[in-house]
Structure formats: structure tokens, C-alpha cells
Ligand binder design. Structure first.
Ligand code: SF4
Ligand code: FES
Length: 227
């Protein structure tokens, strides 16, 4: 089925604009297509000046995260049909991030903030680097964080730290990692488990990581065990 949609897109050119303005684009498109497909069509056939990020088109790179009708989502994973009840679809840059141009935000401070939790594997000495399918299954649910930044859209500008917690869990339970449980202590020292950050993040992780019922209670329980 074909859909008639209006995409209302936030525009900001730092060389010309003092504030963001909204621009409407009209499109007839198939309902099974994604928001990113619509943006690409607009950029290719209507307005080559429209700026947005994308890469994988498969929900893997995280670069297409944006506010879609006020909720942080991945444009390449959000079907136009999901939004079809209202033919007007509003697209804005991820809230809480500095806007560089149109839908492109400065993701660097978010990535820099992750460094505090050492978000990489520190291979144990003499370990062959292999892990069993069972060990992988333990960490897989948290290992799917793609660093899209959607969970930074909390109530504060300070960021939620949810991605840091997902990475903490993912590496703390990796049998190959030399830091292991020390990572949970590090998260505690950084104050990541004190404040319940998920309270400002009701929209949900695009990759389905469960914070409120999964990740955070699990990490808190381990913290208590270690005391
Ligand atoms: S935890 Fe989810 S929302 Fe946050 S950065 Fe990772 S994938 Fe994105
Ligand atoms: S383009 Fe890579 S996650 Fe959307």
C-alpha cells in the first residue's frame, strides 16, 4: 500500500541559522519502507542539502538514531507504517546532544564518556581468546549495544550512563577479560549505579536491552554480593 506522508524535519545550518526551524517534505512511498528510506529519497530527489547520518541500514552501526515523533529511535529500523496513523512524521536530532547540522549531532562527548569504564576487552594473560557458546549466551543480551546514544536522551543533559552499564556488564562477565568483576566496582566508583538513570529513559533501547528489569538490578545484586 502507498502512503502519503509529510516529513517535518528539523533544519539547522550553523553558518546561516541562529535556531532550528522545521521544514515540511511531502512524499508518496510504500508503507513497508523505513524512515531512513524516506530521508534518502528526499535527499536524493528533493533536497540535497538535508544532513543526517546513516551507514549500515541494518540496525548495527547506531548512526541513524534520531527523535522520531518525539521518541529516540533508529531511522533504519522504524517502519513508516508504524507511524502511519498520523501522516505527519516529525524528525529531530537526538535530544540532549549538540546539533552540528540538521539531524546530525555531536556524538563525541558520549563516546568519550564511555572511556571511563574501559569499554574494550583486556585479554587475560595466556588466554587463547576463545569463549564457549554458553559463556557467550551469558553476555549476549548486553553485548548488543550499538552505541547509538538513544539512551542518553534522559531528563538531564548529563547523560544517563546506561550504555556504560551495558558495556560494564558485557565485559565483566566475559571469561576472557582480565578486569572481570573489578569492572562492577569501577561502575560503582563512577556513581553509575547510585542514581536510577533509567527513570528518565522511558522510550526503550532500540536493541531491546532491558535496563529496569534486567541490567541494573543484576549489577546492583552483584554489587551487594561483593560488599
Ligand atoms: S544501550 Fe541501547 S540505547 Fe543505549 S547506546 Fe546501547 S543500543 Fe543505544
Ligand atoms: S544506519 Fe546503522 S543503525 Fe541505522
Amino acid at each position: 500500500m502507498m502512503l502519503d506522508i509529510t516529513l517535518q524535519v528539523a533544519r539547522f545550518n550553523p553558518d546561516l541559522d541562529t535556531e532550528t526551524r522545521l521544514q515540511d517534505y511531502f512524499l508518496q512511498t510504500e508503507e513497508q519502507r523505513m524512515v531512513l528510506d524516506a530521508l534518502l529519497e528526499i535527499r536524493d530527489f528533493q533536497d540535497g542539502s538535508l544532513a543526517f547520518r546513516h551507514s549500515c541500514r541494518s540496525g548495527i552501526c547506531g548512526s541513524c538514531a534520531m527523535m522520531i515523533n518525539g521518541q529516540p529511535k533508529l531511522a533504519c529500523q522504524t517502519k513508516l507504517a508504524e507511524l502511519a496513523e498520523d501522516s505527519l512524521i516529525r524528525l529531530e536530532p537526538l535530544a540532549g546532544f549538540r546539533v552540528l547540522r540538521d539531524l546530525v549531532v555531536d556524538i563525541d562527548p558520549f563516546l568519550e564518556s564511555l572511556k571511563a569504564i574501559v569499554p574494550w576487552l583486556v585479554l587475560r594473560p595466556n588466554h587463547n581468546g576463545r569463549m564457549s557458546p554458553e559463556a557467550l549466551a551469558e553476555i549476549e543480551a548486553m553485548g548488543i549495544c550499538i552505541l547509538c546514544g538513544a539512551c542518553e536522551v534522559g531528563e538531564t543533559q548529563a547523560g544517563t550512563g546506561l550504555a556504560s552499564l551495558a558495556k560494564t556488564y558485557r565485559f565483566a562477565f566475559d571469561p576472557r577479560d582480565a578486569l572481570g568483576p573489578e569492572r562492577i566496582k569501577l561502575a560503582v566508583d563512577l556513581g553509575l549505579l547510585k542514581w536510577p538513570p533509567y527513570e528518565g529513559f522511558a522510550a526503550g533501547c532500540p536493541k531491546g536491552i532491558e535496563f529496569e528489569k534486567g541490567l541494573i538490578p543484576a549489577l546492583r545484586a552483584l554489587t551487594i554480593q561483593q560488599e
